[in-house]
Design a binder for this molecule. Structure first.
Ligand SMILES: [Zn+2]
Ligand SMILES: [Zn+2]
Length: 238
């Protein structure tokens, strides 16, 4: 087990910080301190969350964002509303070269894995974006979830074309932007199984929808997803 020996050695030389990912207070383990965890649980509860796509600011069990979703896209569990400390932590993880945060993020989100999922599949990054960043944040999170007791990871999807950043595009433009951009690389590993996509944030859901469609076409039994954070439903006036 050369890999685990090297990881162990690295952990001795450069230990993963044991600080709350939101307030930076020193804690015994990884993830969030009790105060931040409780505050965000309360915030999630009080904001009303769609039980299907995880959007916040929703009255009732479901919302307009996911009304048209196909049956095989079962549900998305989102851990936090995408704002303040949660947003800052996710941006730091994704854009500020802090891949070590995956361990704490997995610790904080493992309890939110949708029921019945058998395989974790990270949302893929195109090779050019991977070269820019040096890591795929969704892939590292999925691996950390598997190491924290979650199901195994299969890198079943790949991006076949570099798409412009989704930020600022309309919903229709986002869906079109991703047309044919995602392919299944390992159909044998996902056929007949309930897949859990893993991503950092869900906004309009178009990336998750495209990934789910590709997996369904390749024979997946069902697709759910775990994301660290979701935005607020625009229909709720936020
Ligand atoms: Zn904290
Ligand atoms: Zn919804």
């Amino acid at each position: 087990m050369k890999g685990s020996f090297l990881r162990g050695l690295l952990e001795v030389i450069l230990p993963t910080p044991r600080n709350c990912l939101f307030c930076q207070e020193a804690i015994g383990g990884f993830g969030l301190c009790e105060t931040c965890a409780a505050a965000y649980e309360k915030k999630a509860r009080l904001n009303g969350q769609c039980q299907r796509c995880g959007s916040f600011g929703v009255c009732g069990r479901s919302c307009d964002v996911c009304r048209h979703w196909p049956k095989y896209l079962v549900r998305v569990r989102a851990v936090w509303p995408y704002e303040k400390e949660a947003r800052e932590a996710i941006l730091a993880y994704k854009y500020h070269q802090q891949p070590w945060m995956a361990k704490g993020l997995a610790q904080a989100s493992i309890g939110y894995l949708p029921a019945g999922v058998e395989v974790l599949v990270p949302v893929p990054l195109h090779a050019s974006r991977y070269r820019e960043r040096g890591y795929n944040q969704s892939s590292l999170l999925a691996k950390a979830l598997a190491a924290t007791g979650g199901p195994p990871v299969v890198e079943a999807l790949r991006r076949t074309k570099a798409t412009p950043h989704q930020v600022g595009l309309s919903k229709a433009a986002r869906l079109h932007n991703l047309d044919g951009a995602i392919a299944v690389a390992r159909p044998e590993a996902i056929a007949g199984r309930h897949i859990c996509l893993v991503d950092d944030v869900i906004t309009t859901g178009s990336t998750i929808e495209h990934c789910a469609r590709a997996l369904h076409t390749a024979g997946a039994k069902a697709v759910s997803a775990l994301v660290l954070a979701a935005g607020f439903s625009t229909l709720a006036g936020r």
